[in-house]
Structures are given as structure tokens and as C-alpha cells.
Ligand binder design. Structure first.
Ligand code: FUB
Ligand code: ZN
Length: 630
């Protein structure tokens, strides 16, 4: 997006940011050292790579395996592995990617078409089942993997292969020829990125064609298909999110990319409307999205079931990407707030603390079903998580005409340039997300006046900022960027004290599942109750006693090092289990109990267990005084 006309903010390259230690460095290291290599082994074991190999060989030595979209899993793995090289060069991994690129390209047809499913006896069905065929979805991920690898290494073999496929599309398909439809949106954003990478406007035009829905008549799509796919009809006529959550959010991300390049106001109007629909009634407090298992879909507004939440990891990532584009267009912290909610919670939960188990669903309550698994036949989420964590530094900072933007806080070093051309280095030291202290040392190569935009998160109500030890004069409010404009010189120091007071969030009363309940958040982390931490009390009998006191305790040895929150809560007592299902009795939580909350993202890392995020809140006043917890 560095040259996108409508982008107010421009991303810094992944390689410009080193995560130097702490929360995200740990997750990134795990991704690179454990998750990426072990997933490749599993992709091999499940035949995903052989699906390509067999086409490149003259003997077709194995049968194709897996669902028809497995190609995309390898492409996404390549994207993650490519970004990982930006933070940790690895000759062996690079050689592995090179070999995989050769295997992939050997399966490409002479005309440029490439898909391991729609070949051989299915070759005659190319483009005949576009609503579910995933040909363009796989191409989209091929392009994104190829661009990542090209950006990081300068190698363009895979990029050229993906361009050959796109050129095939431009030659053989489109108005007056074979109509095209993204049955699963994804190619839209990939084409915008290909345009940015190559400067070839035909690729952006193709993205616009896909978003325009001009082929709706020729393809004779049913309303239910238009809803499910979130494509096939004009994007600008969409009024709300519906249908398959990942599809819809990728479509919105692609449309936002299209807007960033074209400035088409109708797109912007639609994007803002969809965003309001998302955050107004369809996003979980963890940043997860997708309420229904049926159709992996959005529900109605306020339909946010906790235990049944579908909340696919890919959907949370898609929401993150959509908000990243909206942020780039505006510089408005309300978008970063959503990115953060998803990243620290509903995305972060997707990969286990040992980097080998993944959540496809990230529900907000669990009855102990197995949610973390090493492998899924539909293996979309694991490599999606990898590419997000591997590229993380690139989401932390941006530049704009007048300065540098700090979006997320973690220990990191930035080495990049201001848009004036001046080289800038920064070093951030922080205990985030556990403590509120943040120190940013700013070092432009020469003294220069510019604005340092530092995000003050929505959860930090009482922040304090110092510049070189003196209180900053600028004013700020939570959920905005404070604009620190001055002449900056090497070694200038900004200190921020973020407000880490635990907060209790309440849902709109129209969310029936959460009525009378609260969710606990501290800093960017949403917390939950897990059974292991409440010996003798079922998490489903527990209640928060209001007004609530939550006391943080650092536990270096627990779950990779976390801060837990202690609370003297209440339960309904031991009679609950033997009580009838229905009675006229009014239930009052009145037995004191020590409750311990852990961050949501660690749930089920000690094995499947009862867990819940939204906990009933009851007034302590209703409890006889002598029963109050000490
Ligand atoms: O269809 C490909 C992927 O599989 C989708 O993105 C996921 O939601 C899952 O359905
Ligand atoms: Zn997925």
C-alpha cells in the first residue's frame, strides 16, 4: 500500500521490524521454529505436496488426496515461511521453498492454468463449478505466497508462475468470454496486491470486475448463493455482512484494497456501512467472527452464542485484514482497536502454546470438547495463523506524509525511513500485554520535525505520556492516536504508562446469551475461567461478585508465563447439580469462592476443559454479609 493513492497510512515492510523479546517475539519464534516446520511435515503426510508432484511426474505415481482446495494450504504455508525469512533468514528453509516452487510450477498447464483438482478427467469441468470449485481462491493464495516470497528474497519464479495464470484469465475469460466468479473471495485482494507489485493496471481492473458482479445475469446465481459467497453481485450494493464469514470478510478486504487504489466513493460508503454492521452486532468480544456452524456463517445482529460460536481462526484473521485496510485509509484508531481485539484474543487462541495444535473454531465457552488439533482436512487455519504471526512486525508501525505511527506495543526495533526520506530507527521496550509501561526511543538519522502518532488504546482510560522525562503537552482520549509533533532527534524518549486496570465489559442487552454477564479484560487481553483454576467449583456455577475486585498476579511458570486475575466470587453452592431443571425457586449466587481468570488465548492448553468468557455478575449486596468472601 506504500503508493496507494487513498492510503493515508503506509505499512512498513516486515523486514524493517524485529520483535526483540517478550509476548509476540515468543509467539513468532514458536511459529517459525515449531509451527512452520511441523505443518510442512503434515502437509506432506496428507498428500498436499504430492498433489502437485504427481502432475509434474510422467507416472502420476499417487492419487490426488484431500478436499479440492488443498493447493491453497501449501500456498499459505509458503507465504508464512516467506515472511518468516524476513525476521529470521534460514538458508535451509529458503532451499525448501525453492524446491516446493519447482514442484508447484511443474504442475502448471502450458496455458498457465494451475490447480491440482480440476485436471485430468476433471479438466473438462474447469470453470464449470465456480461457486464451490475454489480455482480462483487457490490462485489468490498462490499470488499472495508468491508476492511474499518475492518481497523477501527477490526471487520471482513463483510470482511469474502466478502471473502466467492471471494472464490466462485475462486472455480466456471475462466479459464476452467465460464469465468469472469468486465462489470464495480472495483473488480480489491478491490481484490488488499484484497490481501494487507489478504496476500492471489490468490486474486491478480484473479485481474490479470480480467485485462488480457484472456476470450475475450470465451465471444465473440464486439469492442464497449470492448471500453465502458474498460475491457474484455488485459489492457496492451490499448493506450488511451475511453468509460465509471468511468469504464475506475477504471480499470486504479486497473491496477495501480496490478502494485504496481507485478512490471509488461508492466502495467507501459500503465499506463503512459493513464495518458498522460488523462491530455493531456481529463481532465477539474476542474479535472472533462467525456465529453459525451452518454455512460457517454470520448470524443475525446480536446472535453471538458462546459455546456454539463458530469463530473460525480464518474469519478472525480476515476481520483483522479488513480493519488493517480501513486503518490505512483513515488513520482512525477505531480500526486498530478491532485489529488488536482479534490479534491478542481470537487469533492468538488459534495456535497452541507449543505451536503444534490449532483451533479451527475459537468458541467463548466450552463443555470440554476437543478444540485444539494438529491437523484438519480443511487445513485453512493453521497456515493462515502462521502467515499472520510471521508477518506481525509489518502490522506494528506505519508511516504517513507527516510522520510515524505506532499501532501495537511490544519489544521491537524498527529500522525504516520517514516519508521525507530520513532514516529512522526506534526501539520499544515494554512489559505489554502484562504491564502498562512502554518506552519508545526515537532516533532519526538527523534532527527533524515530524509527528509521532502513538495509539492510546480504548482500554487505557488514564494514560500518562512523558517526552524526555517531561509530561507531554498534547491532549488525547482513549481509542485515538496522540499526535506528538516536535523536532525529534536521536535518542529522544517517549514513555507511556497505560492503564492496566481490569475492566468488566457488558454486551448490548440484545445479546441474549450475555445478558446479566460480564467479560473480563485487562489491557488488550480478554480473560476466561478454566476449570483447572477453580478446584471444587464448576466454572458454570461461578459468578462475579459486584462491585468486582480483580487482583493481578504474575505467574511466570504457568502457561508460558501469564498474569492471572484473582477474584473473590460467588457460586450457587453445591445444591445445583441435584436441583431439578425447572422450578419456581429463585437462584442466588451466595457461596464465596476464589476464582482465577486466565487469558482467553491460553484456553485448552492444559487439555480440553470447561471454560467460559462471559460470567454472570451478581451484586454482592444480595449476599448475606457473613457469607461474603474475605
Ligand atoms: O473454503 C476454503 C476454506 O475452508 C474457507 O476459507 C474456510 O472457511 C473453510 O470452509
Ligand atoms: Zn480456516
Amino acid at each position: 500500500m506504500s503508493r496507494s493513492p487513498q492510503a493515508k497510512l503506509h505499512p512498513v515492510p516486515v523486514r524493517a521490524v524485529q520483535l526483540t523479546g517478550g509476548f509476540w517475539a515468543q509467539r513468532q519464534r514458536l511459529t517459525i521454529e515449531r509451527s512452520i516446520p511441523t505443518l510442512l511435515t503434515l502437509l506432506e503426510e496428507h498428500g498436499v505436496v504430492d498433489n502437485f508432484r504427481r502432475l509434474g511426474s510422467t507416472t502420476n505415481y499417487v492419487q490426488r488426496r484431500g478436499p479440492l482446495y488443498t493447493d491453497s494450504d501449501l500456498y499459505k504455508w509458503i507465504e508464512g515461511a516467506a515472511w518468516s525469512l524476513a525476521s529470521k533468514p534460514d538458508v535451509k528453509l529458503e532451499a525448501t521453498i525453492d524446491q516446493l516452487v519447482d514442484v508447484i510450477l511443474a504442475a502448471q498447464q502450458p496455458d498457465g492454468y494451475l490447480n491440482t483438482y480440476w485436471v485430468e478427467d476433471r479438466a473438462g469441468q474447469r470453470w464449470q463449478q465456480q461457486t464451490g470449485g475454489h480455482e480462483l481462491y487457490c490462485l489468490g493464495h498462490m499470488i499472495q505466497g508468491a508476492i511474499a516470497y518475492y518481497r523477501v528474497t527477490g526471487k520471482r519464479k513463483l510470482l511469474d508462475g502466478s502471473i502466467r495464470f492471471v494472464e490466462y484469465l485475462l486472455r480466456e475469460t471475462g466479459p464476452g468470454k467465460q464469465p468469472l466468479l469468486t465462489g470464495h473471495p480472495e483473488l480480489e485482494l491478491a490481484l490488488a496486491e499484484l497490481y501494487r507489485t507489478t504496476g500492471d493496471a489490468r490486474y486491478l481492473k480484473l479485481s474490479g470486475y470480480l467485485l462488480s458482479g457484472v456476470e450475475q445475469e450470465r451465471l444465473k446465481l440464486r439469492p442464497s448463493q449470492l448471500e453465502y459467497m458474498f460475491s457474484g453481485s455488485p459489492f457496492v450494493e451490499r448493506t450488511h455482512f451475511e453468509g460465509h464469514a471468511v468469504r464475506a470478510l475477504y471480499a470486504a478486504t479486497g473491496a477495501a484494497d480496490y478502494y485504496l487504489e481507485t478512490g471509488d466513493a461508492a466502495y467507501w460508503k459500503t465499506l463503512e456501512r459493513l464495518w458498522a454492521d460488523l462491530v455493531g452486532g456481529k463481532m465477539f468480544v474476542t474479535g472472533g467472527v462467525g456465529s453459525r456452524a451452518s454455512g460457517e456463517s454470520f448470524g443475525d445482529s446480536y446472535e453471538l452464542p458462546n459455546r456454539q460460536a463458530y469463530t473460525e481462526s480464518c474469519a478472525a484473521i480476515a476481520g483483522f485484514l479488513f480493519n488493517q485496510r480501513m486503518l490505512a485509509a483513515t488513520g482512525d484508531a477505531k480500526y486498530t482497536d478491532v485489529m488488536e481485539r482479534a490479534l491478542y484474543n481470537g487469533i492468538n487462541s488459534g495456535m497452541s502454546l507449543d505451536g503444534t495444535l490449532y483451533c479451527y473454531r475459537n468458541p467463548l465457552a466450552s463443555g470440554g470438547e476437543k478444540i485444539r488439533n494438529p491437523w484438519y482436512d480443511t487445513c485453512c487455519c493453521p497456515p493462515n495463523l502462521q502467515r499472520t504471526f510471521a508477518a506481525l512486525g509489518g502490522y506494528f508501525y506505519s508511516t504517513s506524509k507527516d510522520g510515524l505511527w505506532v499501532h501495537f506495543f511490544d519489544n521491537s526495533k524498527l529500522d525504516w525511513k520517514l516519508e521525507s526520506g530520513t532514516r529512522i530507527q526506534t526501539e520499544t521496550k515494554t512489559g505489554q500485554p502484562w504491564t502498562g509501561d512502554v518506552e519508545i526511543v526515537v532516533s532519526p538519522e538527523k534532527a527533524e520535525t515530524f509527528t509521532l502518532y502513538v495509539r492510546i488504546p480504548s482500554w487505557s482510560e488514564k494514560s500518562v505520556i512523558w517526552i524526555n522525562g517531561k509530561p507531554a503537552e498534547q491532549k488525547w482520549t482513549p481509542n485515538s492516536y496522540v499526535a506528538l509533533r516536535r523536532e525529534w532527534k536521536a535518542g529522544d524518549q517517549v514513555r507511556v504508562a497505560l492503564d492496566m486496570e481490569p475492566r468488566l465489559l457488558r454486551a448490548n442487552p440484545r445479546v441474549p446469551e450475555d445478558y446479566g454477564k460480564v467479560a473480563v479484560q485487562r489491557g488488550p487481553l480478554v480473560y476466561c475461567l478454566e476449570q483447572e483454576d477453580q478446584p471444587g467449583t464448576s466454572v458454570f456455577d461461578a459468578a462475579i461478585s459486584m462491585p468486582a475486585a480483580l487482583v493481578p498476579e504474575e505467574k511466570a511458570g504457568l502457561l508460558g508465563g501469564i498474569t492471572v486475575l484473582h477474584h473473590k466470587g460467588l457460586t450457587f453452592g453445591s445444591k445445583v447439580e441435584s436441583a431439578p431443571l425447572y422450578s419456581t425457586k429463585e437462584w442466588t449466587a451466595r457461596t464465596p469462592v476464589d476464582l482465577t481468570f486466565v487469558p482467553y488465548y491460553v484456553f485448552h492448553n492444559r487439555g480440553p476443559a470447561h471454560m467460559e468468557v462471559w460470567v454472570p455478575a451478581v451484586a454482592a449486596a444480595t449476599v448475606p454479609k457473613n457469607q461474603l468472601a474475605q
